[in-house]
Design a protein around this ligand. Structure first.
Ligand code: AMP
Ligand code: MG
Length: 326
């Protein structure tokens, strides 16, 4: 990797206009959303999409999420059904990504890795929305990090892991401060008879089920019950440099403890001293980054309850422990 890095600009009206111009010309821009920072490119432009896969080192079989400015813009690229309308009404803009059938000729096919479907979302962040409005394009934007590594929740994290304009066409990073949610969006598939969870994320499954009833879960037993596996979902992902040990009570030799709740020792870095899962989600990636290296040889993470955003936190932690190469 060369030493060149994209410049970081405070996200004001001038830099947002400049970023929209870059996107319209097929260049790449990293920008804040409420979930994590995205690496954006014009979802109708094959050269831009090629550069996103290349910049991330992302396998071309792992489709990208398309960001749009509002529900109407989403309806113009994918086929909406009644469930999609209900969910858009309840949760957009927000941390929910819906997989729906693509409409012909609206997106570069590589965005969805050649599938007949596309994943779409309206982000709930003023900078992201201003950028989408200004560019007036569907923007493919996976997390702005190298494939398999931890997602960025601050502008500085982006340039830490992605090379700049010479190598990747990433021309600027818009700085909108730390991400409020701090976990990637929840992805659901609405193309089957029953909506299916593909990835737990920043919108709790319980909130979605309150609107549309039970989702098929990837972990349910039995072929009839099991949600489709999403491409790219089964790999090692979200991984820090150091190994993680889950459900820890204490730090072992060489380990540093990442705590949760009142039961954590007072001097330990704590995802949420009060046991608040939203606070823990917002802190998760930044805290892991800050512990990820010498003098520690591993990070021991205390137990996180498997409810609300805890489901997504545990999903990320588990996938970070999958051995490299799997
Ligand atoms: P990321 O862009 O890194 O947040 O990840 C997006 C994830 O959404 C991918 O890894 C896929 O698993 C899922 N996804 C995106 N598009 C589709 C699609 N058309 N069908 C199923 N899953 C999708
Ligand atoms: Mg990602």
């Amino acid at each position: 990797m060369s030493e060149d890095r994209a410049p970081i600009f405070a996200a004001d009206a001038g830099s947002i206009s400049a970023a929209a111009e870059i996107l319209s010309n097929g260049g790449l821009v990293a920008f804040p959303t409420e979930t994590v920072y995205g690496l954006g490119g014009d979802a109708t432009n094959k050269a831009a999409i090629d550069n996103i896969y290349k910049a991330k080192g992302r396998p071309r079989t792992n489709p990208l999420i398309v960001h749009v400015k509002d529900t109407q813009a989403a309806r113009s690229i994918v086929g909406f059904n009644e469930t999609a309308e209900k969910l858009a009404d309840a949760f957009w803009p927000g941390a929910l990504t819906m997989v729906l059938e693509r409409l012909d000729g609206k997106l570069c096919a590589d965005v969805s890795a050649g599938l007949s479907t596309a994943a779409v979302r309206v982000p709930n962040h003023p900078v992201a929305l201003a950028l989408l409005e200004k560019a007036d394009l569907p923007i493919a934007a996976p997390s702005a990090n190298r494939a398999g590594r931890i997602s960025p929740t601050a502008a500085g994290h982006v340039v830490f892991s992605l090379p700049g304009p010479d190598d990747t066409g990433l021309q600027m990073v818009l700085d909108g401060g730390p991400c409020q949610i701090g976990l990637e969006s929840t992805v659901i598939d609405l193309t089957g008879a029953t909506p299916a969870l593909l990835r737990p994320g920043g919108l709790a499954v319980e909130d979605i089920e309150a609107v549309i009833g039970p989702l098929l879960m990837p972990s349910s037993n039995g072929p009839d019950n099991e949600a489709k596996k999403s491409p790219g979902m089964m790999d090692r992902h979200y991984a820090p440099e150091l190994p993680l040990r889950l459900n820890a009570e204490h730090a072992g030799p060489g380990e540093v403890l990442l705590g949760f709740g009142v039961q954590a020792p007072a001097e330990t870095m704590n995802l949420s001293p009060t046991g608040d899962l939203e606070e823990a989600a917002a802190n998760l990636f930044a805290m892991i980054r800050s512990l990820d290296g010498p003098p520690f040889s591993a990070i021991a993470v205390m137990t996180i309850p498997e409810t609300g955003l805890g489901r997504a936190i545990n999903d990320r932690l588990r996938r970070a422990t999958v051995s490299a190469g799997k």
